[in-house]
Design a binder for this molecule. Sequence first.
Ligand code: SAM
Length: 250
Amino acid sequence: MADTLLDYETEAAHYDETRGGVPRAEAAAAAVLRLVPPGARTLLDLACGTGLVTGRIVRPGLKVLGADAAHAMLLAAGRRLPGRVLRADARRLPFPDASLDAVGAVWLLHLVPFTEEIVAEAARVLRPGGVLAVTVDKDAAHDVGSDIDALLRPHRAPGAAHDRAGRVEALAAAHGLAPAGATAFTGHGQGATPEGTARKLRAGYYASWFRGDRAATDSLATAVAALPDQSRPRPAPEYRLAAYAKPVSS
Ligand SMILES: C[S@@+](CC[C@H](N)C(=O)[O-])C[C@H]1O[C@@H](n2cnc3c(N)ncnc32)[C@H](O)[C@@H]1O
């Protein structure tokens, strides 16, 4: 999908209502908390966006901070979580080695090709016993078996996803992090409609699937636009969140 960092400078204004609002954020925050060790005292929510999820990661004794690279997203997060957010690229975090108990990243790894740098940086800032909890296989979660998916599936390229679970696990292992559980959360409000999908196709959201072949994109958009119930959302996706822990002995 053509989500780029630049998009988020313009998307901040309508991000919350187009990404499932509070129900999606509550589900995501609860999923992060399920993977964070009970004794954790500090958590950094990487790519915190507008802070909608960050502000709902709440547990007694747990201090939660947010970091994001996009100025406009961070402005919104700062209004929501004053004094608790900072501007930072996930590849270069302004935290000392072994200084945090948990790092979360909801909907980040699918966006960028530099997965390894992000995983390495998270591993650096985690304390022994600390946990990295990240969404994986995000794009694949969007295939819920609907009539839209029947049309889109032949064009999807799950093997190329930056956040595919096997890749993230291998990168985590390369940086000393071991699998430490997984969970899922419902993407409330994220069920696709044919009209929305056709619009996204025409706007180039899925351009990477077609390698710039405009005619193929338009033909798929036309097929999606011919499906019944154009404005009826299909089932919401279930997003996967995987955890990787830094061994206590390392
Ligand atoms: C899809 S949003 C997710 C926001 C939030 N985690 C949520 O679930 O609502 C992706 C976020 O990643 C941020 N982002 C993208 N690349 C980044 C990077 N290299 N470092 C930090 N943040 C980044 C974007 O600015 C955007 O706010």
